[in-house]
Design a protein around this ligand. Structure first.
Ligand code: GDP
Ligand code: IMO
Ligand code: MG
Length: 430
């Protein structure tokens, strides 16, 4: 028995979907535990690309149960559309493969309207959210005003809860944010329909997960976003509204911490970020443009161009510590194929001081400049490598240097988007 958590070790989009798809082979269950359809996880099998926003990335494997834990916020229309698309492609032939915890909070139309209106009214102070209503839904969860799946499927409870919250939401939308108020009847009609369609998927994630553990199953926990977007440990306020670090897997699924055997952080061989907020190693030049073009760095959810930069070991060490990472998977090494020289940021300079740890004060962070070391590039195509020994010596040395500066063993190196473009160095399930 081994239970493994996969987390993003940077600002999201590290390639978690690909890694989860690969590790699903070893697991019987795959669990999403936080975030919502702000996530976009890309899986490439053969020449077929699938982008998942809510359903766990294990779903392409027949017979593997996929569970959406209580910590997720769920947009029913997106969820049902995702199911339909998967079925069209021949996946998810048995609905019992998918379970949604009854306590997931539902993203309501007012959450999306508030998210979008706040962002467009914020000017310079905007976060650059995905506009999916994530923040406002988590606000209502913590504020004890949320509507959960268990409420949605019971018409009277749903109507009562909506009655309680909608006047306040409409007041905010109309009087403060300058938007149209929302119709109670329309919401009830649309969302009751979703409730009816979703009822068959409803279950108790904590019970299922713990039964699976008792039966000796292996479980894979699939994080969304990245550690630097964590609401507590990220670059606040430029973060998402959930606990993206490994601890979130426990609260977001009803799993006790003692059952976690390994935590694998995913990082690109360079860095990217979508949305606003500090990004110390960002490249606003020709090289940044080059990484974006070669790495096809455009958001899987919003299509926005991703900001690009060099590998940041200071930020990565933060992720190693806050997640207690036992291993690292390095993705997109192939994107650096053509480069003559590659830079790694090993520390920050702040007013003449050398900082080893990621500063907590965003004003300090904004004044930090990266201290780089230069690594020689390999200038050859590594996309076909499946063994570490097949990598050119400069590429192997680059990976070894990342391992040193991050202070965490590397267990996987990804050299292309497909399943088979992967070098596995250790199996976290054994
Ligand atoms: P996630 O949100 O962490 O699952 O990552 P995304 O799917 O948003 O973004 C990662 C992108 O990189 C996707 O388009 C993947 O297909 C792609 N990708 C993953 N690993 C590799 C790799 O090793 N090389 C290349 N070139 N692309 C990769
Ligand atoms: P995956 O799982 C990258 C970013 C947004 C914004 C901030 C807050 O694919 O790695 P939100 O809509 O969550 O309130 O936006 O977080 N963000 C992501 N960036 N990958 C993601 O998910 C993200 N999910 C949210 O761009 O900066
Ligand atoms: Mg993504």
């Amino acid at each position: 028995m081994a239970n493994v958590i996969i987390v993003g070790a940077q600002w999201g989009d590290e390639g978690k979907g690909k890694v989860v798809d690969i590790y699903t082979e070893h697991a019987q269950e795959v669990v999403r535990y936080q975030g919502g359809n702000n996530a976009g996880h890309t899986l490439v099998v053969g020449n077929e690309k699938t982008v998942l926003h809510l359903i766990p990335s294990g779903i392409l494997h027949q017979g593997k149960r996929c569970i959406i834990g209580n910590g997720v916020v769920l947009d029913p229309a997106v969820f049902l559309r995702e199911i339909e698309n998967l079925k069209k492609k021949g996946y998810l032939q048995d609905d019992r493969q998918l379970v949604v915890d009854s306590n997931v909070h539902i993203i309501m139309p007012y959450h999306k309207a508030i998210d979008i209106a706040r962002e467009s009214n914020s000017g310079q102070r905007k976060i650059g959210t995905t506009g999916r209503g994530i923040g406002p839904t988590y606000e209502d969860k913590i504020g004890r005003r949320g509507i959960r799946l268990i409420d949605l499927i019971k018409p009277e409870v749903f109507a009562r809860k909506l009655e309680e919250v909608l006047p306040e939401k409409n007041f905010l939308l109309e009087k403060f944010l300058g938007c149209e108020p929302l119709s109670r009847e329309q919401i009830i009609e649309e969302y009751s329909g979703y409730g009816r369609q979703m009822a068959q998927y409803m279950g108790n994630a904590s019970v299922l997960i713990n039964q699976s553990i008792a039966a000796g199953h292996h479980i894979l926990f699939e994080g969304a976003q990245g550690s630097m977007l964590d609401v507590d440990h990220g670059t606040y306020p430029y973060v998402t509204s959930s606990s993206t670090i490994a601890g979130g897997a426990c609260t977001g699924s009803g799993l006790g911490p003692r059952f976690i055997d390994a935590v694998i952080g995913i990082s690109k061989a360079y860095a990217t970020r979508v949305g606003e907020g500090p990004f110390p190693t960002e490249l606003n030049d020709e090289m940044g443009e080059r990484l974006r073009r070669i790495g096809q760095e455009f958001g899987a959810t919003t299509g926005r161009p991703r900001r690009t930069g060099w590998f940041d070991a200071v930020a990565l060490r933060e992720a190693v510590r806050t997640n207690g990472l036992t291993g690292l998977a390095i993705t997109k090494l192939d994107v650096l194929n053509e480069l003559e020289t590659i830079k790694i940021c090993t520390a920050y300079a702040y007013r003449g001081e050398r900082l080893h740890d990621f500063p907590r004060d965003i004003e300090v962070l904004n004044e930090c400049t990266p201290i780089f070391e230069d690594e020689p590039g390999w200038q050859s195509d590594i996309c076909g490598a499946t063994q570490f020994s097949q990598l050119p010596k400069q590429a192997a040395a680059y990976i070894e240097r990342l391992e040193e500066v991050a202070g965490c063993p590397i267990v996987m190196v990804s050299v292309g988007p497909r399943r088979d473009q992967t070098i596995q160095l250790a199996n976290p399930f054994t």
